[in-house]
Design a protein around this ligand. Structure first.
Ligand SMILES: Nc1nc2c(ncn2[C@@H]2O[C@H](COP(=O)(O)OP(=O)(O)OP(=O)(O)O)[C@@H](O)[C@H]2O)c(=O)[nH]1
Length: 775
């Protein structure tokens, strides 16, 4: 009996795994993935089918569009047609009440005398608003307000009330009689076939579009019981009603805000889409071999294939394996990956998770899994360093299974490849698996479109000016293209690929370094090509202005515990994303478990990452990308993480008692958080030495690195990111004298209340509790 995996069979028979899966599923087999093992029976049936069926039939099945077709466009406007018939207008009396044919005059007479606010309107009436000059929309129905109303802009109601109304009512019959005759007359003068509007128009503007005097429109409105002036606003429905009477179509102009091109998505058009190379990011724990793997792939593939080609570092590179390209982001690590995501760029298709076989799953391995999962990117595991004598790949598989990454051999659906990045073992297998995942997921793009994509890296080069490495995600980028990149703009002056060669065109998934921008964009910024430089400049400038305004306005765009309840109330939040960091695994579990149990109406806590250790930059960036709150239990953010949290406006909540964390979270979710006092860190100190004095205890010889320390300050003693003590200053001295406070740049001696276990290398955080001013 022979056995083989689907992808092996596919390779042998020169068809794609997907085609094989399709055939087998059609026959009635249940197939899990391209890694599934097939046996004689399936193989025989496949052989038969493939002999009968041509490969192209298989491809046809593959070509079935999966996604909805969407027409990509860079046009400024799209039009939506809506026609209002003449009938609509004739079926209305001045009160907006529906009537028919001959009864019209009677109805008008009736209603003009008895303008009683009859709301018996059949259709559309709720929409027939007319706006006053200020754009305020008034009552829904024409003339439906009681006659006593003094609202001037209300159709049919004026300050003179019933008297004038009566008169107008009487005229109405006459006018209506004339109306159709004059209307017919007017029809003979050439009217436009259609007019386009965006929002409302004044009577004057509307008349101009129709090529009619404003008085005609005013008269028409009067016939309908509406006293309007030339400058009065007509809303869309009213315009349609009136235009319909002239037999003119109304098209609504939808203004697409080109300056927010990110909002439009990438718009892949299935009709013209072609497969593009997958974009791969390598992640894993420190020293597990990410850089070695990236180098190994580059050297075996790039330099070997491109004789003499010198790879240069542009932040990404492409390799060719079995005739197919793969793009690797050359910036290993989660921070790079998540920074991109935090800035809205989703460029990674596949994550390769490197785990050293001699070390196993480590905290950053778990973190990487969470990052990839949060971005919904498939993971391929590369078990590295298998050349080492103490390598234990099975142990890695076991540990990763516990994290939900179960190898296919064990019945799961995660691909594991055993490699040695250093010795170049298993690299081809890894590339093959990447191509397989790509094949199954069919990553596509439309190379004929103007380019869209994201910035991988950018810097200011002394000679060349701003230089940016861009990854083309859709369309093709060409020399000379007018481009907006983040809040910068320009024309693509020169374009260099990862081999340092000048290129004229970059197709989807290709990384290129470009020059020609007016400023340096940021990694993760998105770019788009526009029709000309003038347009690009205008859009780039608008974006830069908007960015400045938002930056100024933005105080807390991210979720914070303080405004959590408001967001829940406004329906913005149903799930609260939380990152938990704690000193020991037990606390992580206890906190996760308790937080999950908090039961507040319809709101759920979603723990996107939980781990042991201090709060790092990577945690902050993950929280920022996922709009999460960070909860730290007995841990602190390091200085850099603090800065990033400030920049990214991520709310970090630190606790020493689990119940406090749970209570505060629950209170925030219920809107009962008491924000009266907030901690303010006032200074940082390094413990440089310690003295043990029998009477006094341990005196810490400290250096104030930031801010100041005061005698009445609260103190947190931190060792390796973990809070060891929290309490108060007992004594604070400068040399031999007591000091009230000691500022940054000075040394001091500190003792802590009831605590002596101070060690050289510890840090102290001084804080005070400040009253929060109610907003
Ligand atoms: N024996 C052996 N050593 C390896 C292998 N891959 C990487 N190493 C070694 O492991 C060490 C760390 O490798 P790096 O590639 O720098 O690891 P990294 O994950 O990029 O590390 P960071 O950049 O610090 O996160 C280096 O000394 C490599 O030579 C391997 O397959 N076998």
């Amino acid at each position: 009996m022979s056995k083989m995996r689907i992808y092996e069979y596919a390779k042998e028979h020169h068809v794609t795994s997907k085609e094989v899966i399709d055939i087998l599923e059609n026959i009635g087999f249940t197939i899990k993935s391209h890694m599934s093992v097939i046996e004689d029976n399936a193989i025989n049936q496949l052989n038969r089918k493939l002999n009968k069926k041509t490969v192209s039939a298989g491809q046809q099945a593959k070509a079935e569009p999966k996604k909805k077709n969407t027409e990509g466009t860079v046009n400024q406007t799209k039009t939506k047609e809506k026609k209002v018939t003449h009938q609509t207008l004739e079926k209305r009396d001045r009160n907006g009440n529906a009537f028919k044919g001959k009864t019209a005059n009677n109805s008008v007479g009736e209603n003009s005398r008895n303008n009683s606010g009859n709301n018996n309107v059949r259709s559309n009436s709720g929409n027939n608003n007319v706006r006053n000059k200020n754009g305020n929309s008034k009552s829904g129905n024409w003339g439906n307000k009681p006659s006593g109303s003094n609202d001037r802009s209300e159709f049919g109601n004026n300050p003179n009330g019933g008297r004038r109304k009566g008169r107008r009512g009487n005229n109405q019959g006459r006018r209506r009689g004339n109306f159709s005759a004059s209307s017919r007359e007017k029809m003979e003068i050439k009217l436009p076939e259609k007019i386009t509007i965006s929002g409302s128009l004044t009577v004057g503007q509307f008349a101009e579009k129709l090529g009619r005097p404003s008085t005609d429109i005013i008269k028409k409105l009067m016939v309908l019981g509406v006293m309007a002036t030339k400058n009065q606003d007509l809303d869309k429905d009213t315009i349609e009603l009136l235009a319909g009477d002239y037999g003119v179509r109304v098209e609504e102009e939808v203004i697409v805000d080109e300056a927010s091109f990110e909002d439009e998505g990438l718009e892949i058009d299935e009709k013209t889409a072609v497969l593009r190379p997958p974009v791969v990011t390598i992640m894993g724990h420190v020293d597990h071999g990410k850089t070695t793997l990236l180098d190994s792939i580059r050297h075996t593939k790039v330099t070997a294939g491109e004789a003499g080609g010198i790879t240069q570092h542009i932040g990404a590179y492409q390799v060719v394996h079995e005739g197919k390209k793969i793009t690797f982001l050359d910036t290993p690590g989660h921070a790079a990956f998540t920074t991109m995501r935090a800035r809205g760029a989703e460029i990674t298709d596949i994550t390769v998770l490197v785990v050293a076989a001699d070390d196993g799953v480590m905290p950053q391995t778990v973190e990487a899994i969470h990052h990839a999962r949060a971005a919904k990117v498939p993971i391929i595991v590369a078990v590295n360093k298998i050349d080492k004598p103490n390598a234990n790949p099975d142990h890695v598989m076991q540990e990763l299974s516990e994290q939900g990454l179960v190898p296919e051999d064990w019945g799961g659906d995660t691909i594991f490849v055993k490699i040695s990045a250093k010795k170049g073992i298993g690299i081809d297998d890894l590339l093959e698996m990447i191509l397989l995942v790509a094949e199954v997921n069919e990553y596509k793009a439309n190379p004929e479109k103007p380019a869209r994509g994201a910035v991988i890296e950018a810097e200011l080069d002394k000679g060349k000016g701003p230089v940016a490495t861009l990854l083309v995600q859709n369309g093709a980028l060409r020399i000379g293209d007018a481009i907006v990149v983040g809040n910068t703009f320009g024309r693509v002056r020169a374009m260099v690929n990862d081999l340092g060669r000048r290129v004229k065109k970059a197709t989807p998934s290709t990384p290129v370094e470009i020059t020609g921008l007016n400023n340096v964009p940021q990694a993760g910024d998105q770019f788009m090509v526009f029709e000309d430089e003038k347009k690009a400049r205008q859009i780039g400038e608008t974006r830069a202005e908007r960015a400045l305004i938002t930056e100024r306005k933005e105080t807390t765009s991210k979720v914070s515990l303080d405004d959590l309840f408001e967001k829940i109330k406004e329906g913005e939040m149903k799930e609260i994303n939380v990152v938990i960091k704690a000193d020991v695994q037990g606390s992580v579990e206890a906190l996760s478990g308790s937080l999950k149990k908090i039961d507040v109406d319809g709101v759920k806590i979603n723990i996107i990452h939980a781990g042991v250790g201090g709060i790092s930059e990577s945690d902050i960036i993950l929280a920022s990308a996922s709009n999460a709150i960070i909860i730290g239990f007995n841990v602190r953010p390091d200085n850099h993480a603090k800065d990033v949290a400030d920049q990214e406006k991520v709310d970090i909540r630190l606790y020493r008692v689990i119940y406090d964390a749970i209570d505060e979270m629950e209170a925030a979710m219920k809107g009962m958080l008491d924000p009266e006092y907030k901690e303010k860190v006032i200074g940082q100190l390094d413990v440089r030495t310690t003295f043990k004095v029998s009477r006094i205890g341990t005196i810490a010889g400290c250096y104030v690195t930031d801010g100041l320390i005061s005698r009445d300050a609260g103190i947190r003693l931190v060792r390796d990111g973990v809070v060891i003590y929290e309490g108060h200053v007992d004594t604070l001295k400068r040399f031999k004298d007591d000091a009230k406070e000691v500022k940054a740049g000075f040394e001091c001696g500190v003792t802590l209340e009831n605590f002596n276990d101070i060690k050289e290398g510890d840090t102290m955080e001084a804080y005070v509790m400040e009253e929060v001013q109610p907003k």
